[in-house]
Design a protein around this ligand. Sequence first.
Ligand code: DAH
Length: 341
Amino acid sequence: MSQLNSINELFVSELSNVSNFTELFNLKAKFLGKKSLLVEQMAKLGALTPEEKKQLGLEINTVREYILKNLSEKQKELEELELVQKLNAQSIDITLPGRGFTRGRIHPITNTINELKNIFVRMGFSHVEGPEIEDDWHNFTALNINESHPARQMHDTFYMQNVEGLLRTHTSGVQIRYMEKNQPPIRIISSGRVYRSDYDATHTPMFHQLEGLVIGEEINFGHLKGCIAQFLKEFFRVNALPMRWRSSYFPFTEPSAEIDIKCDRSTKKEIRIGEGNDWLEILGCGMVHEKVLKNVGIDPMKYQGFAFGVGIERLTMLKHNIPDLRTLFEGDMRWHEIYGF
Ligand code: DAH
């Protein structure tokens, strides 16, 4: 009996020192396991009288149950402690301001392309697309740009390594692709990325162009003028937009022209389109060269037409008064917000 008492006392004192699951496990082994103090006591039962056996057996059981009960209480205690510790470690400070989220926007370039598509579709144009990886024929040769033309030089054009091909330097190649597959009447626009090895405040190695092409039996320079005037008026939302048609040169058009629009640069802050006394170059155009028509199998004696090409970044910058082209491609949402995109 006194031995059982001291086992019990020993258990109580050791249990009070237990502070984790491993210690609890070891304590259980020490007091209830196969070689435990309690099992030692049970071994004595064999030598006792039935009366004594009953008595000691009862007492052993009482101690055993006491130990079991306390072990399981300790286990619960430890589990609760662990939970509290976990919760404390993961606590959320609900007084912090929320992180919020910003919604994506339509990129200003995409926005301009959509506006341009709307304007030209209303004038009866269809939108077609062409590949950004082009070959010499579609980007240069068929457009009457011969081998020695400066646009072919390495410093302008990105050529592919090890394979034939280049990144298109303009959208004019789409004209060729379309005319190779379709006979007139033709009235198309094409827009997309083009590439040139150039980088400063007004040039990025990738930029966007819009190309237009109209071919028919009766198409003349007057149609070109009317079409461009309508497009610029609608795009800049200026009713009587003064234009200046300057003669120019492109290998794929004859005659060729560059168009300037009236603008006011006197307030340093912004350019006002359609006002003031300055001129601003806005696009290139002309009557499609007969060599180009011949190159794609269209009879220049029967058909003629016009083409134009315009930089989409330039249009976007002018419309929204953006001074640095590069900011368009930095993806900074704060910038987009300032310009109201
Ligand atoms: N391809 C010219 C360029 O990238 C732009 C251009 C000018 C396109 C006149 C045309 C055109 O179709 O007729 O600078």
